[in-house]
Design a protein around this ligand. Sequence first.
Ligand SMILES: [Zn+2]
Length: 706
Amino acid sequence: MNNLEIKNRIEKLRREISRLRSEYHINNNPKVTDDIYESLSRELHNLEGEYPEYKEKENSLDRVAGAPLAKFEKVNHKIRMTSLNDVFSKDEIVDWENRIKKLLLKKDFSYFCELKLDGLSASLIYENGIFTRGATRGDGYIGEDITENLKMINSVPLKLKSSHYDYLEIRGEVIMKRKVWEELNKKQEKEGKPTFANTRNAAAGSLRQLDPQIAKERNLDFFAWDIAQLGIKNEELGIKKHSDEHSLLRKLGFQVSSYEKKVDTIDNVFKFIEEVGEKRASLPYGTDGMVVSINETDLHSILGIVGKAPRYMIAYKYKAERATTVISHISLNVGRTGVLTPLAHFKPTLVAGSIISKATLHNMDQIERLDIRVGDTVVIQKAGDVIPEVVEVLFGMRTGKEKKFKMLDFCPVCDSKIEKKSKIRESPMSNGLAELPSSKKNLLRGDPRTLRRGAFSDFASESTSSVAYYCINKHCPARAMRSLQHFVNAFEIYEIGPKVLERLKDEGLISDASDLFILENADLSGLSRFGEKSAENIISSIESHKKIIFWRFIYALGIIHVGEQTSRDLANHFKDLNSLRKAKLEEINNIENIGPKVSESIYNFFNESHNLDFIEKLLKNGVCIQYEKIKNNSLSGKIFVLTGTLSTMPRDDVKKKIIENGGRVSSSVSKNTDFLLAGDEAGSKYKEAEKLGIKIISEQEFLKML
Ligand SMILES: [Zn+2]
């Protein structure tokens, strides 16, 4: 073969391998076997070795695992990754429809339903058709760069079937299939390693590996569900509907779940939800709901985003799954404020795709109301992220040997006296079993802050009143432990789990969280069972999380009643730690969304000397607070339409500026439009705006608004 023939052969091989790969992994075509694929890949590999000049430079198409990373880099999402509001019944879907109808007036619209896979959301960026960067959702604004791990997933195309688009951001779900999860757990067990409670934890654990080789071995899968744009490319992509995005994703070579449907009425939305609901248990992957959206994408900008979630899209959650089990004993869990929560223990039981061995009984009232006794056969329930709970006793199964549970007089951890008082609401913990009010179902419903992940993050601001039991010892080790756990989670130091924390505390290596930041390799590697590598991982993870954005820092302090949202509100208002530290009670109380009880708790926190000492110690030990650029919100909520030729800057830049400053861009003029930004040779939109009496501005006027 001459050089040209070789070049052609290499290109053909690449195309064929990519075609077979998508046949095999995306279309599940059994006629394509691994060995054909393998032998073509081998030929390509050999030719590329012999003729390196024809090798694809940036992206090799044979998924070779790169070297392990020291840490994940943080990346900014160009477009925020929002969460979804959850609904639990047909009534709530109807309520949602009514709200939408009010906002859209008489506009016509339809719905699009798609199955919600239970995994981790990721954003994938393609430049000129080549996969260049992938990131986790993170907090929606900032995620972690997991490009190398995503490249190891066979259903993530390294190259799109069309290089027509110079920039595309794809969003989807990284999941682990049930079979893969079962096998992984078997393997973990054999090797004496911890098993994963469910497919989502397994997927998350695998994606969080710094070594891409491990991610590769874990056999993850990727399903795409959205094309995110800078609010500008709809026309270019020829997309008018969310369903078009799904079609385009398929054309580009992505795996997209086939459980989707365009429907025109809410009744049909519900029919589809029920239809798929019946098949859920037998699907190869975990699912927890159905995402319902307004199919017409041009209406999305009108509906906008409220809080963390878009108005035009909701997640219907399938009913909790239930199972029965026998309570072997009841223990008490001491929370961060000293509140005691009874937990029922039982043999590992599979429910809603997770293996669980304990469930919350919430409080003594609940135990008495349901008459729960040790030895009872009970019904346990788990739904999505909600903590598993005992919901019913099967009295017919009683033998007479069941024993009533009595509240202890002394703390099981520190032996201090236990007292009964009305419950102080606690700011939530993002791990373990947080104390939840028994009425949590009602709180979850219809609460716009109920997110599909971390559903408890804003419980602090809910009002509940009930009686609870407390360990009166302010220095109870269990309380200190919970605070520590909360702290490392807020700092996103995921390498440190509860067991490691306990160990560090027991060995006297840390007295409070600030000591974490001065730990050294030598401190850990000397401890038995701490391999050198894991000691190194822990130290480097702590090191890389010393820099923390302001609201997370506030959240980490564990101020009572201060959850994630309140922390953000405080960070937005006070801008820096010093002003927050010196804030007057009245000023805190005047912040929107912060009530008197919460402001008092915040004020008191910053006026207790040991808290201030703790903050000083954190800063001294190297914690560095990052203040986010103060965003200008001058265009907040304003809807712009652009027309004509702009002379001072490219259209895309103008659109970006509008969005950055809190405004929105729409493609057509309507009575909801606030401004028409008109350049030269403005056409029909100009006339339309004039007719509707919409304010028309020039580029110069626009720039003055910023
Ligand atoms: Zn105690």
